[in-house]
Design a protein around this ligand. Structure first.
Ligand SMILES: [Cu+2]
Length: 223
């Protein structure tokens, strides 16, 4: 079941790569088995006429037709992979024009500040700035925008199950977005070795109902 827009996107990209790899594998191995059987050693076998001979320059081998056929097949296979990959990257880097209903313009843009070894989530509501540690609350069925940075060393913010990650780098903000499709909790994990506590640098993405989220958001206070 789809859990987020990004998971759907990257799962279908993974599927495209896998199906093509399997198709190419079947063709290559079938052809290899055919050649092994067809040209197996027999009593009547003899070396081909263009066998390289020690001390003599090698004769030209291969045919233009074979080279063209190989190039054409490779192109046919690679082009969909290139289009699919760039499409996914373009999708994740192009922020949606609107996040959240107009009544809560800032509710779905959350700042993520990584620090050894926790995630500091900052919500803004007018002049109120609310911090949460390690629990990222978002509403279901809204475009969510995350601005990710770090206050100390390099980290990498990733949501397992959503198939997205982005670097958390001091002095730089990386922005990603997603659209949660199903409620529940998902694991946030640091993906860049950042020190002794790196393995424990985890958080929880909590996808809430819209009513639940917006009532929580409206109750946030400065602290
Ligand atoms: Cu880390």
């Amino acid at each position: 079941m789809a859990v987020s827009s990004t998971q759907v996107q990257f799962d279908s990209l993974f599927g495209l790569f896998s199906y093509l790899a399997v198709a190419v594998g079947i063709v290559v191995f079938s052809f290899m088995i055919y050649l092994i059987i067809r040209y197996r050693e027999k009593p009547s076998s003899r070396a081909p006429e263009d066998t390289p001979v020690l001390g003599k320059p090698p004769q030209a081998r291969g045919h233009v037709r074979t080279v063209l056929l190989t190039l054409t097949l490779s192109t046919i296979i690679i082009v969909p992979l290139i289009i699919g990959s760039f499409g996914a990257v373009d999708n994740i880097l192009t922020l949606p024009p609107q996040t959240c209903p107009a009544t809560y313009p800032e509710a779905c843009s959350i700042q993520v500040i990584a620090q050894r070894y926790l995630w500091n989530l900052t919500y803004t509501r007018g002049n109120i700035t609310h911090h949460e540690i390690n629990i990222l609350r978002v509403p279901i069925h809204e475009n969510i925008r995350l601005s990710v940075t770090s206050s100390d060393v390099f980290h990498d913010f990733g949501i397992i199950g959503y198939d997205i990650k982005t670097d958390a780098i001091p002095g730089r903000t990386n922005t990603i977005w997603f659209y949660p499709d199903s409620p529940g909790n998902f694991t946030i994990q640091c993906f860049e070795l950042c020190g002794a506590g790196h393995a424990f640098m985890k958080g929880t993405l909590m996808v809430m109902s819209q009513a639940g989220y917006f009532s929580w958001y409206n109750s946030t206070v400065v602290h």
